[in-house]
Design a protein around this ligand. Structure first.
Ligand code: GRF
Length: 195
């Protein structure tokens, strides 16, 4: 059983789908969400965590505190899910190849510092893209540039608004994030056995 920490800043629908899959889905007996960290004290995701009786903390601008809590909870894997802050190299050094992020576009397209939330979908529509999608990738020191784990496409329809497209992409996110987590965990366990 791997222990996951999910980092959030907003609504937490991806957090919820990960939790649901650990309880009754593809992550059952493989992983548990043991910690939720938010840099936004009023994130609805924190309420979701409380409801699930998962330890949840508001931590802002303190890598030391984050690392300390990850250690206390014996976290194996970090999943960023709508977390609006860059992960520092201090944390990446400790959790190298064990930090995942989900991004609502087909990376490397429409990624980067200012590409988040509705900005992504607005840019996709403005560029006249025929397809969009979601990407789960490993986290490195930059925004949205780490190695891709899973990517899934969906069509963009002519009269899509950014809201409609966001909603359709989010449905894909809820599916591929747990799948990506599963594949990473299986690989981690495999590597441990080989040691
Ligand atoms: C998702 O679209 C995710 O791709 C992006 O932020 C959004 C978070 O949504 N990084 P939620 O908080 O999981 O509902």
């Amino acid at each position: 059983m791997k222990k996951i920490a999910v980092f959030v800043s907003g609504g937490g629908s991806n957090l919820q789908s990960i939790i649901d899959q650990t309880k009754n889905g593809i992550l059952k007996n493989l992983a548990a969400v043991s910690l939720v960290i938010s840099n936004n004290p009023s994130a609805f995701a924190l309420q979701r965590a409380k409801k699930e009786k998962i330890k949840s903390l508001f931590i802002k601008n303190s890598d030391e505190k984050v690392l300390q809590e990850l250690k206390i909870s014996q976290i194996d894997l970090i999943c960023l899910a709508g977390y609006m802050s860059l992960i520092s190299s201090k944390i990446i050094d400790v959790y190298n190849n064990r930090i995942l992020n989900i991004h609502p576009s087909l990376l490397p397209k429409f990624g980067g510092k200012k590409m988040y939330g509705h900005y992504v979908h607005q840019a996709v529509i403005k560029a006249g893209e025929k397809k969009s999608g979601a990407t789960v990738h490993f986290v490195d020191e930059n925004y949205d540039t780490g190695k891709i784990i899973i990517q899934k496409e969906i069509p963009v329809f002519e009269n899509d608004t950014s809201e409609i497209l966001a909603k359709r992409v989010l449905e894909i996110e809820h599916k591929i994030y747990p799948e990506a987590i599963k594949s990473v965990i299986l690989k981690m366990s495999d590597n441990e056995q080989k040691r």
